[in-house]
Design a protein around this ligand. Structure first.
Ligand code: BGC
Length: 662
């Protein structure tokens, strides 16, 4: 199927650029198909007759990033797309790859990481997976939308190098999977709205990155119809009569030409054609989708602490505490929220079933997510503490809900509610074997209680799969293999400016390229749980690092990982690059490769990671390009950003003609 722009009247063309309603494109009175789009990242959120259709609630992207598994990200995309095919929706309005500049950002649960390399690699798989079923995606929010506070009006004030090195690369990488659409962000970038920012949309996205799909606005992000056309934004969503009228009047005033309109219409027609020409396939039915959600969730759980190997649970009298354990939150609130009809089984019930005769598992709802002024917070605490005193182990389930993590607002701090902290601390006075399970979408300050408990399991927001996956990890059926895709600082004050960078007019990106672990390492700020951290029930040793030079800036890094345990387990290993002497200030080290592999009991496997030009380069604003300086680089292989196991030095020797005088 191919449509010719010439066959449409001016009125039809203007309507094609402004949409038909909230979720679909104009069909030119039946001349073309109307494309249907829906959120979002964690499953289908289709709105029909003002009601949300029930769908499979997948783990949130922040959790999936903790899996460090490209297979999991791909499977997630395929699983979600299957439901889109079934429910006749053409485009998933996801994934979002905005960088976690601060743990306060309300939408961090929807985003992958504080690290652009990890975010880009996983998003690329998600897109590839989804689109392999003939369903489009929308890579969002382009770009520099790293806070929710005043997101419609605040300008992200950022320098060129930071933009290039931190905030664009995840998009750049994900674009390799050719998402059918890219969604612009709400905010302004250096004083110009993203929706009308020619530098961002045309010069960078189209011309430099070579993106030839459709650029769509975030919902209501267009402020000027003619400016967005001139900047290259193809489709303004959702439909409003005002947008159409404004566009028409801009044409009549001569602000935009028919040729410019045609260019944008061409992209809309391309998208419509793709939805017809790309064969749609359902890969997974409802049962299989749920199974996939559980499979992905199991990969994503992070074991933060496990003193005295208290986990996996050994049986005995186990008390499961906290309302969340009976009814875990599936994810944060807002457009990414999926309504599932799946009813999760209580954690206590699943644990009891899995542990069998060896355990007596009881449940008490003594603590729930306490939101300020909420009444239904705690009851019969004394009963809870007494029961804890009489138990061998207490599993306390705590976390956040959609009132704390969600779209259009930021968190105010990163601690659990006071009631939850208090409950953990008090329970630990009556029982020395406390295991805390956290259901949340972003970093948590655990410092008030972390040293008082034996184990901490960070589940994340795991959609409808939470309890099946958490119980499997707690009993050791699944060996935890997730690692943090975001640093957990000791407290908010330890983050850059305590997260206070916005004043409503401007969000200043003055930490520059020092975001996430790059910041803590540069400033020597100790953190509670570093980027890339995650324990296993297995023990892995690293050895035999080799570096093979394949070209001036192409290197093959290999190393062996041995699983010293009696059971198979998965290990995520990370490859960081350090520029030892640089002419500009650079991070201590940066993630440039990673791998997740399963290794059998007492088996050794070799991991190979390739490094290329970009692994060594920084963005030079004088040269206006990525640049590699000759000299020494260290390649660091680690089990986390702080747990570096192997280091080798290499030297880059590019020809004199490619270097600057020093
Ligand atoms: C969000 C987008 C979402 C869109 C449609 C906006 O408010 O920022 O991420 O895709 O709404 O629901």
């Amino acid at each position: 199927m191919h449509y010719d722009v010439k066959n449409f009247t001016l009125e039809e063309k203007l309507k094609l650029l402004t949409g038909k309603d909230s979720w679909s494109t104009y069909d030119a009175e039946g001349k073309v198909k109307s494309v249907h789009v829906s959120d979002g990242p964690h499953g289908l959120r289709k709105v029909e007759d003002k009601k949300t259709v029930k769908a499979t609630a997948m783990p949130n992207l922040a959790a999936i990033a903790n899996s460090w598994s490209k297979e999991a990200a791909r499977l997630d995309g395929e699983t979600i797309a299957s439901e889109y095919v079934e429910k006749d929706v053409d485009v998933i309005l996801a994934p979002g790859v905005n960088i976690k500049k601060t743990p306060l950002c309300g939408r961090n649960f929807e985003y992958f990481s504080e690290d652009p390399y990890l975010a880009g690699e996983l998003a690329k798989e998600y897109i590839d997976g989804a689109q392999s079923l003939g369903i489009g995606t929308s890579l969002k929010h382009f770009c520099c939308n790293n806070r929710e506070y005043e997101r419609f009006f605040q300008t992200s004030e950022i320098d060129e190098r930071t933009l290039r090195e931190i905030y664009l690369p995840a998009f750049e990488k994900a674009l390799e999977a050719k998402p059918w659409t890219v969604m612009c962000s709400y905010n302004l970038i250096n004083g110009v709205y993203a929706s009308e920012n020619k530098y961002i949309l045309k010069d960078i996205l189209r011309d430099e990155f070579g993106y030839d799909g459709l650029i769509v606005s975030d919902w209501g992000a267009v402020h000027s119809e003619f400016r967005r056309i001139l900047a290259g934004l193809d489709l303004g969503m959702p439909y409003s009569k005002g947008s159409y009228d404004e566009l028409k009047s801009a044409y009549e005033k001569g602000y935009i030409t028919e040729e410019q309109i045609d260019e944008r219409v061409r992209r809309v027609l391309d998208l419509i054609e793709k939805t017809i020409n790309d064969k749609k396939t359902v890969r997974f039915d409802k049962e299989k989708r749920h199974e996939n959600a559980v499979k992905i969730a199991k990969e994503s759980i992070v074991l933060l602490k496990n003193e005295d190997d208290i986990l996996p649970l050994k049986g005995g009298k186990i008390l499961v505490e906290g309302q969340l354990s009976a009814n875990p939150i599936t994810g944060g609130s807002g457009s990414a929220c999926v309504e599932t009809e799946f009813v999760q089984r209580p954690l206590s019930e699943l644990l009891s079933e899995k542990l069998g005769e060896s355990a007596k598992v009881e449940y008490l709802p003594s603590v729930s997510i306490a939101v300020e002024n909420s009444h239904n917070v705690c009851w019969n605490l004394r009963g809870g503490y007494k029961k804890a005193y009489d138990s061998d182990t207490v599993v306390i389930c705590v976390g956040n809900n959609g009132d704390i993590e969600g779209e259009s607002f930021d968190r105010v701090d990163i601690r659990l509610s006071e009631k939850q902290e208090e409950f953990i601390i008090n329970t630990a006075k009556y029982n020395e074997n406390v295991v805390v399970v956290i259901y949340a979408g972003s970093a948590i300050d655990t410092s008030a209680w972390a040293d008082k408990v034996k184990a901490i399991v960070y589940a994340g927001f795991l959609g409808e799969a939470a309890n099946e996956a958490v119980s499997s990890v707690l009993v050791g059926e699944t060996i935890p293999s997730g690692k943090l895709s975001e640093t957990f600082p000791y407290c908010l004050e330890d983050t850059f400016a305590g997260g206070k960078t916005c004043d409503g007019f401007v969000d200043r990106y003055s930490e520059g390229v020092f975001v996430g672990y790059r910041y803590y390492e540069k400033t020597g700020t100790p953190v509670a749980f570093p980027f890339g951290h995650g324990l296993s029930y297995a023990k892995f040793t690293y050895s035999n690092m080799k570096i093979k030079k394949n070209g001036e800036t192409d290197f093959e890094v290999s190393y062996d990982i041995t699983n010293e345990s009696d059971f198979a387990a998965k290990e995520v290993s990370q490859v960081y690059v350090k520029d030892v002497f640089a002419m500009v200030s650079r991070p201590e080290k940066e993630l440039k490769g990673f791998s997740k592999i399963e290794i059998g009991a007492h088996e050794t496997k070799t991991v190979t990671v390739n490094l290329d030009y970009r692994s060594f380069a920084y963005y030079n604003t004088s040269l206006k390009k990525w640049h590699v300086e000759n000299g020494a680089f260290e390649i660091l292989v680690g089990a986390s950003s702080e747990d570096i196991r192997l280091t080798e030095r290499i030297d880059i020797e590019l020809p004199e003609t490619e270097q600057q005088s020093v």
